[in-house]
Design a protein around this ligand. Sequence first.
Ligand SMILES: O=P(O)(O)OC[C@@H](O)[C@@H](O)c1c[nH]c2ccccc12
Length: 236
Amino acid sequence: MYTRFSDALIARKEAGFIPVIPDIKCISPKEGDLLRGRDPLAVAQLLARAGAPALSVVTETKDFGGSLELLRQLAKNTTLPILRKDFITSCEDMTLSRECGAQAILLICALHTLDSLTTLYNEALKIGLEPLVEAHTEEELGWAGKIGAKLVGINNRDILKLEKDDGTVSATELLASHKPKNAILISESSIRTPAEGQAAIRAGADVLLIGTALWQADDMAASYQAFSRSSEIPPA
Ligand SMILES: O=P(O)(O)OC[C@@H](O)[C@@H](O)c1c[nH]c2ccccc12
């Protein structure tokens, strides 16, 4: 069965959960080794069973320990749509992502001009990839709107500092109201507790993308389910 990345997120929301995209990330530049001997494929399957509607995988090698081979293996061994997270700057990078099994790719505003971002965005759609446009400032969210992005991320950390800064969901709280109309808004990075996740949702995010907190949890599946529970959000 083939599911579009964004449709999988919406379906999970309609089923009454906070859609949480787990980040398959081997190394955190700030926290060090996240795998601690675990097999990322087995973890992805565990999280799929815990309800994950989609996966994200960091393929950057030097600082995050990922690889395209890991993407390939995940695509082969799970049925979930996969977002490739990397510092993508060329059309060749995107074609390769598609060939390795990604359904979606990350486009980080801070790496581009509005022109180059627009070119990559349109090219991604042309080859059947859903682009997630990642912003960290109000201006970058404005770019996402200009392009007509349907999937928009607010990174709570500054990716140009390689995640070594202490981000908090207050970045989402500050910026969410500037999200482009009709976009699915994903709050990414530094979400440490279910309460923080719920704060991002209350601020206007539709989806959470979480790596480190899941990898550091004693029981990953239980932690995943705690982040996904939306019942504790009081009605507005
Ligand atoms: O581990 P965290 O704090 O939950 O963050 C996950 C993810 O948002 C982060 O790894 C990330 C966001 N944008 C990126 C771009 C490249 C590499 C990694 C990332």
